[in-house]
Ligand binder design. Structure first.
Ligand code: ADP
Length: 287
């Protein structure tokens, strides 16, 4: 697998003005993301996660260091066509679905992106139908987005991104405003896009249950990457996550507690089913 996003020695400050000094936010970030990866970016509020995401699709440009997407260095020297191509290639789904839906009919909303890119009408029809199918919303094509639940609206926002055929989608706290069932719908959709459609996924989240579904977890603290590994590796030491203002999945915490009480159980259990099986064996062997 080749690197799709390459970030080298990236530093970023929001520029100051007459009243305010510049705000340094990211410090010497090095991160490579391969095509097809599923990466969760974790970190407490204000650690720089959204800023990092905005540097990946030209909403912001580095203060120093570099960001390349698909081998193309992101800079102010890119032509308009090159900028459009980068933005098409890295779709972004944000927190509030209401801010992302523009049309009064679901299928028109999904068609909006490809229409703007000048895609032919029959191809738009095909893409809209396919995108609706992928997010499981085909029956809602003629509905008004206002009639939908939060999770359904967010799936329509995702369909709008899928219709522009990105290689990568960045989800910036995309489940934060949803209730548990909406969150699950969106998490299942994200997983489908990565596992079955080969779309590279970067999901910025506070939610540990969301992070454990990724292949790789990157933890950002005060603008620096402080952990980068599989969910098992990153969650194997709960006290380190707690010291960064983060939590760990409940099953990991339970296992940590039992180990502290002397139980011979493994570290880094993040999967509830696996945890339940191990506990069952543990209790059986003690009797
Ligand atoms: P996170 O996504 O981890 O919550 P952000 O990337 O949104 O963090 O913010 C990182 C830091 O940058 C915070 O201290 C925030 O106040 C600051 N910040 C974010 N946006 C701006 C902006 N437009 N101008 C100045 N500072 C900003």
């Amino acid at each position: 697998m080749s690197s799709f996003i390459e970030i080298k020695n990236l530093c970023f400050s929001y520029p100051g003005d007459a009243q305010n000094a510049a705000v340094p936010v990211l410090h010497d970030i090095n991160l490579n993301i391969k095509k097809g990866e599923y990466v969760a970016v974790l970190g407490r509020n204000g650690s720089g996660k959204s800023t990092l995401a905005k540097l990946m699709n030209l909403i912001l440009l580095p203060t120093s260091g570099s960001v390349s997407v698909n081998g193309k260095l992101l800079s102010e020297d890119l032509s308009d066509e090159e900028c459009i191509e980068v933005r098409r290639n890295i779709g972004m789904v944000f927190q509030n679905p209401d801010n992302q839906l523009v049309a009064t009919v679901v299928e028109e909303d999904i068609a909006f992106g490809p229409e703007n890119l000048g895609v032919a009408p029959e191809e738009i029809r095909r893409r809209v139908d396919e995108a609706l199918r992928i997010v499981g919303m085909s029956d809602f094509a003629r509905h008004s987005p206002h009639q939908l639940s939060g999770g359904q609206k967010q799936r329509i926002a995702i369909a709008g991104i899928i219709a522009i055929l990105p290689e990568c989608i960045v989800f910036d706290e995309s489940t934060a405003m949803l209730d548990p069932s909406g969150r699950k719908e969106v998490m299942d959709t994200i997983e489908e896009l990565n596992r079955n459609r080969g779309i590279t996924v970067i999901t910025i989240t506070h939610n540990m249950d969301e992070a454990v579904r990724a292949d790789r977890v990157v933890v950002v603290d005060k603008g620096r990457i402080v952990k980068d590994g599989t969910p098992k590796q990153v969650f194997s030491r709960p006290e380190e996550l707690w010291s960064l203002g983060l939590s760990v999945p409940q099953v990991t915490e339970l296992f940590d507690m039992l180990r502290c009480l002397g139980a011979d159980l493994p570290e880094g259990i993040t999967d509830e089913e696996e945890g339940a099986k191990l506990l069952f064996e543990f209790i059986k062997n003690r009797n």
